[in-house]
Design a binder for this molecule. Structure first.
Ligand SMILES: Nc1ncnc2c1ncn2[C@@H]1O[C@H](COP(=O)(O)OP(=O)(O)OP(=O)(O)O)[C@@H](O)[C@H]1O
Ligand SMILES: [Mg+2]
Length: 328
């Protein structure tokens, strides 16, 4: 197994051995294309072009002591392969340029120096309606065009789903899970403890977790939050489908809505997004709201924290709202 690094000489040897760098081509710069935790990702620039190289390893890049499914980039590549048959999806994603299955390395085209949408968590930042509709339309097109009716087999991504299941449905509710939420925001731990002792809630969360682990009939991106949406000169793009699987649309849309809530967007944005989605695809709104509740809780009291700027009071009110959505 070759472990890539950012040394130009080593990269040149590797890329030439794969035919991904021409005989007369040389690397001019190597840089980190943007923030990421899970994988080893580089932007390689030559005299004439640039491209992105992504390697997945048996651990989380930023936290090497945390194990992760080593072959996840192959699943991400599979997502690009199956979606590129649909022009409107292809137009909004990177194109797969090369794949080294032996070393879990993927090459894709460079979408340019864009920024993701995590700035929306900053107070006062609002998403443009046209961007919201782009995000919703991409999901609806994906969910209606890549299905068990159009594909021979499902992408199951079992190990990544198990990892996500742990972080979404178990860890936030585990009593001594090792995070001190008061370090994040004083007063938050008490609120988490209240939820952890709520057996009615826990039972419903377990059911929703089982539903997440069930195979569904449509392809989901699987990690549909502002960190996977990129604003580029070529418009809004969707990246990083390493958690993709065949599941339920309600999970995907619920997650998306939870982030719009935590980013404190205009009050009617949730209805607007749901109406738009429903004009294009089917959705069980009540189930979608339950998954929204699940994502709110796991992001507010779980390990995968976001750069949220909302107050403790606002977080508590979101937790309470989430609890009601889940149990009702
Ligand atoms: N094809 C691309 N074109 C341009 N920039 C890209 C491309 N792919 C990734 N990037 C940039 O690199 C960053 C990290 O990429 P990506 O999200 O795929 O990595 P990751 O390690 O899976 O991240 P995470 O830990 O969030 O899952 C992105 O946020 C984006 O800024
Ligand atoms: Mg990722």
């Amino acid at each position: 197994m070759i472990k890539l690094n950012n040394n130009i000489e080593d990269l040149t040897t590797y890329l030439k051995s794969k035919g991904w760098l021409g005989d007369n081509e040389s690397i001019v710069t190597v840089e980190k294309p943007g923030e990421g935790n899970m994988n080893f990702t580089l932007r390689i620039t030559t005299e004439t072009r640039s491209f992105i190289v992504k390697q997945s390893r048996e651990y989380v890049e930023k936290y090497p002591q945390v194990a992760a499914p080593a072959e996840r980039v192959l699943t991400e590549a599979k997502f690009y392969e199956v979606t590129e048959t649909v022009p409107s999806l292809k137009a909004m994603m990177p194109t797969l340029v090369g794949l080294d299955k032996e070393n879990n390395v993927m090459v894709m085209n460079d979408l340019g120096n864009g920024s993701d949408f995590t700035y929306l968590y900053q107070l006062g930042k609002k998403i443009l309606e046209e961007d919201l509709f782009s995000v919703v339309d991409f999901a609806a097109t994906l969910h209606t065009s890549i299905t068990t009716d159009t594909q021979d087999s499902r992408i199951s991504n079992t190990k990544m789903r198990a990892l996500n299941h742990e972080h979404i449905f178990n860890y936030p509710y585990a009593v001594d899970n090792g995070i001190n939420l008061d370090d994040i925001l004083p007063g938050l731990q008490k609120e988490a403890n209240r939820l952890k002792a709520d057996n009615v809630l826990i039972a419903e969360v377990k059911k929703l977790g089982d539903l997440y682990l069930e195979d569904g009939d449509i392809l989901l991106h699987g990690d549909y939050f502002p960190g996977s949406w990129l604003a580029t000169v070529g418009g809004l793009k969707i990246i990083d489908p390493e958690f993709c699987f065949f599941g339920k649309a309600e999970f995907e849309i619920g997650v998306m809505l939870a982030h719009l809530k935590m980013a404190n967007q205009f009050a009617n944005i949730i209805e607007k997004a749901i109406d738009r989605y429903k004009s294009l695809a089917e959705l069980d709104t009540s189930l979608c709201y339950k998954f929204m509740g699940i994502e709110l809780i796991r992001r507010i009291i779980g390990l995968a924290q976001l750069p949220l700027e909302i107050s403790l009071e606002k977080r508590v009110s979101l937790l309470n709202e989430a609890r009601e959505l889940i149990v009702n």
